[in-house]
Design a protein around this ligand. Structure first.
Ligand SMILES: *Cc1c(COP(=O)(O)O)cnc(C)c1O
Length: 442
């Protein structure tokens, strides 16, 4: 390549024109970002931009705009998305969305708060007291309650405290993997208990349990297979029968349903299992209960909850203040979004779908009846008649890339946005995202 005769050689080398640090730090974008992101971060980005100029990868005159672009990048790797999959509790989308009450509670707890202080006396107080009271009020059959950081921790702490050095009896049909390679039997054995498998994959009888009980038996564990179903020639033993065997029964119900729900008749709930004689019920706080990720341990007797709290591992499983606050507000506030979404009728969803379609004139959009599910969080096989918006198939990928992404389903060669798991307050955003990608596709 020949150098144009008018160019002065020492001016064409970009490295000699690296913008000065103080000038870049004084730009509007940088001064703004120093307030929101901190000086150290901004200086680091300035250095990266200067390095790019020095390396010849960026023309010096673009340094300022490149700096602006880099500083405007979102603070988090996480992005808000709309859940148009029709899967109510979607593991990949953060499971349960929190209620407005729970979000405000997180905001309050984010500052300094009387987490472990008794304001009346000025002395140290016990954390989680008001949350435990809310749990006991929600499940009167429970004598004690303890909250840990997730459902797996609730089960691990319970087996560590009750099963150590002995045997935990579990039906072969309930030795489940709960996701991404996490297997409940491995979790239990890691606490020092041995698993005694009984029955077969499809059928287990009361006598199988009875025959397995011996001097080493510490507890019987009943696990709800929350992400699959065995159909056909099956038999399982319920908590009422297991409770007659004279060994503590621990029931991992999975989804955190505190009371029976008419729409989910096959889903176990804490109140029923405690009333039926379970010594302990463990569950997640962020599946069908609709709160933050947390683990609930509800015990029939108050003392057992105290034993669990005093166990050394309990500190390692401790829930943080944001979780405690959000869970309490979920229990004491209005219905959690997951519950409202579960109970919305198909007719209501159809009305919403019609309203959305009416706002998508010029786009190939139709109202479509669909079926939504609860998801990996519970109620396997439950089918909820739902409704959604059907769009041209290629929009599915484009919607994932929208400024506010929408996760849809691919069905019958169409992109289907199921409305059940989308908050009605987000329908404006849904319309905006669809219009955005449809315009870009033209
Ligand atoms: C989801 C689930 C767990 C694990 O709960 P996390 O809150 O994800 O730790 C344990 N047992 C059952 C039956 C579950 O469904």
């Amino acid at each position: 390549m020949s150098t144009p005769p008018t160019a002065r050689p020492n001016r064409t080398d970009p490295r000699s024109r690296v913008p000065r640090t103080d000038l870049l730090l004084a730009t509007d974008a940088a001064t703004r970002a120093i307030d929101t992101r901190g000086r150290r971060f901004v200086k680091q980005v300035v250095r990266e931009v200067q390095d790019a100029v020095r390396a010849g990868d960026l023309p010096p005159e673009s340094a300022e705009s490149e700096l602006r672009t880099r500083l405007d990048r979102p603070l988090l790797g996480l992005r808000r998305v709309l859940n148009g999959t029709g899967v109510l509790v979607h593991t990949n989308l953060g499971r349960s969305p929190l209620s407005a009450a729970a979000r405000s509670a997180v905001e309050l707890a984010a500052g300094t708060c009387d987490l472990e202080l008794d304001l009346a006396t000025g002395r140290r107080g016990r954390r989680g007291t008001s949350l435990e009271a809310a749990l006991l009020a929600a499940v009167p059959a429970a004598g004690g309650a303890h909250v840990v950081n997730n459902g797996a921790a609730a089960l691990a702490l319970t087996t560590a405290a009750l099963g150590r050095g002995g045997e935990v009896i579990v039906s072969r049909g309930e030795l489940i993997e709960i996701g991404a390679g996490f297997r409940i039997p491995d979790l239990i054995e890691s606490t020092g208990a041995r698993i005694r498998e009984v029955g077969t994959t499809n059928r287990t009888h009361l006598d199988d349990y009875r025959d397995a009980i011996g001097a080493d038996t510490r507890l019987i564990l009943k696990i709800h297979p929350s992400n699959y179903r065995v159909e056909g020639f099956t038999a399982e033993v319920g908590v009422p029968e297991l409770a007659t065997l004279g060994v503590p029964v621990v029931s991992d119900i999975g989804s955190g349903l505190l009371r029976p729900h008419p729409l989910l008749p096959a889903e176990p709930d804490a109140a029923t299992h405690l009333t039926a004689g379970a010594a302990v019920v463990t569950a997640s706080g962020d599946k069908l209960l609709g709160g933050p990720q947390a683990g609930l341990v509800l015990t029939a007797r108050a003392e057992l909850a105290q034993t669990l709290k005093r166990h050394p591992m309990s500190r390692a499983f401790r829930a943080d203040k944001l979780t405690l606050a959000a869970l309490e507000a979920t229990l004491t506030g209005p219905d959690a979004p997951v519950r409202t979404m579960l109970e919305t009728t198909q007719a209501q969803l159809r009305e919403r779908a019609e309203a959305v379609v009416a706002r998508l004139s010029g786009i190939d959009a139709d109202v479509l009846d669909t079926v939504s599910t609860v998801g990996g969080g519970g109620a396997p096989g439950a089918r909820l008649p739902s409704c959604g918006v059907s769009l041209p198939e290629p929009l599915a990928a484009a919607l994932r890339d929208a400024p506010v992404p929408v996760l849809a389903r691919a069905e019958h060669g169409r992109c289907v946005v199921d409305l059940r798991a989308i908050d009605p307050a987000d329908l404006d955003q849904l319309v905006a995202s669809v219009r955005h990608v449809a315009a870009a596709a033209e």
